[in-house]
Structure formats: C-alpha cells, structure tokens
Design a protein around this ligand. Sequence first.
Ligand code: UDP
Ligand code: MG
Length: 324
Amino acid sequence: MKSSLAFEKEEITRECPLLSLVVPCYNEEKALPCFIKEVQRVMPQIGKVDVEVILVNDGSKDNTLGVMQQISSEFEFVRYVSFSRNFGKESAILAGLKEADGDWVAVMDADLQDPPSMLPEMLRIVCEEGYDCVGTRRISRKGEPPIRSFFARCFYKIINKIADVKLVDGARDFKLLSREAVDALVALPEVNRFSKGLYEWIGFRTKWLEFENVERVAGETKWSFWGLVKYSIEGILSFSTAPLVLSVILGLTFMFLALGGIAVLVARQLIYHNSAYGWTSMVCIILLLSGVQLFCLGIIGQYISKMYTEIKKRPHYIISERSR
Ligand code: UDP
Ligand code: MG
C-alpha cells in the first residue's frame, strides 16, 4: 500500500517548469524586503516559469527571521529555513540547494548585488542556447577598497596556477544551475565547501555573463579582510596540494645548502684547521631553518586539520525552524 506521503507527492504536477531562487541570509533584515520587491518586479518578465524563493536564515543576530516569517506568510512563493546558529554562507547555500525543487536553481545574495533582472536572460540561455549553467562575473570592482581588489586579483592568479580547477576572476556565487548540476553539487559530501571551486569541479556547459559591480542595497558586507584571507586559504587547501610540494622543495633546497656548507667546513678544517668560528652566523642559520621547518609543519598541519573536520562527519548545518 502506498504511504500517504508518496500519494501527496504524486499529486503535485506542474504545468510550467519551476525556477528556485536560493538566498543565503545573515543579518539581512533591511535588504530582504527590497529583494522580494525586486523579484516580484522581475517575475512577469520570466515568462511561463513558476518561481519559488528559498530563504536560508544563517543564524542572523538581527530580525531577519521575523522578516522571513512575515514575507513567507504574505507570499505563497516564498519559503524559508532557519539554522540554529551561524554556519556560514557555504552551508546556507547547500541547505538552499537541498530544499530547492526547481528544474533550475539560481543562487543569489539577498543584498541585490546579484541583480534579479539578469534572471530572464539567464533562463533564456539555458532554454535556447543549450547550456546547463549560467555564471556571472563582475567586470569592475567599483566601490570595493583597492587593497581588497588587489589581494583578490593575486588570489585568482595564484589559485589558477596551482589548483585542479580554473576559477574565473570576478566570478560571483550568483549562478543559474540545471537540476543535474544541483544534484551533482548536493552529492558532494565534503564539509569544507568552497562553492566557487565546487561549481567548476562538477563541470557542465557554462556560459558567463558579465556585469558592472552593484553596491549593497542595505546592510553591510560580512567579509572582513581576515575573513577573506581565511577564505582564500580555504580555497587553495580544498583544491590544491601545491603547498605541500612547496614545503618539499623548501626542505630539499635547504638540505642541499646545508650539505654544501658541511663540505666547506670539512675542507676548511682539513686545510686551515679552523672550522669552528662565526657562531652568530650559526645562530642565524638555525633560526632560519627552524622557521622554514615550522612553516612546512604548519602547511601539513593545515591539511591535517581539514582531514580532522572531514572525518568527524558532523552535519553541515542544523535547521531549527522552517516555514509551513
Ligand atoms: N551570508 C550568509 N552567512 C554568512 C555570511 C554571509 O548567509 O555567514 C550571506 C549574506 O547574507 C549575503 C551573502 O551571503 O546574502 C553574501 O554576503 P555579503 O553580501 O556580505 O558578501 P559580498 O557580497 O560582500 O561578497
Ligand atoms: Mg553582497
């Protein structure tokens, strides 16, 4: 006999395909109403496609949850899930992707920095041009502190040299994904999730759309400078083992230098009988080498710490509340 749940599921038949918008939110009480207003404005331009919005409250400290409750009771096309605490944007994106029922899923920020007005064009591309995904990249970094732009550019140069995946400079997490791509992303079990890399890793035919940087409609960016540094290191560790190779190269270089030094000392002792002088230089060399050793140990430690968090197999997030 069929369970009543299975029966209910079969009942849901759609005439139009469904587009899910996944929106991670952390302290976005001011931006959310503007976002929903803009989605409503764009919806008629999307054509014969139903739209659902999945808001993910990532443990916000302000009244984001209250705003979500109100919006979801007001608009039928809006649902929300709320985390028990802040688990980070990557976990919020994963939760949204798992919740989404759409034939296509778009991941976008709540602050209108990822313009919903691009959605009709993105949908047209997947429907008419045969692409599976549409990515977006900013062609300018207007409004961003120059030092942040500089380090962002350096990060893309480095990671593209050493990582298994190629990242597009200025690529945003704003992407339209086919159902197949979403299923592939959700099936990746890793805890340390670096979405930009994962999007590339799963492959699929992707077209890139470019747009001018837009400033936040309200609220503040959640990224501090050190937050971005940590995020960059996370990206490199997730997709490259080059730092380990670097530590091997450093180790070998200093080993050969030390062997050369020993040969010089032995020769000097044999010829001039005065090899033991210059202890200050010795101290400097010991300090330098112990620094290099600690650096290499640190690199190995970083990988071990990633393995540690993976092995624990804790859930990516805990949902404490969801819309009915
Ligand atoms: N965000 C999140 N959890 C966090 C940090 C950010 O869900 O711990 C959300 C945030 O609410 C926003 C999106 O991720 O919708 C991007 O954050 P933000 O706008 O601060 O990043 P930026 O656009 O400045 O890179
Ligand atoms: Mg933003």
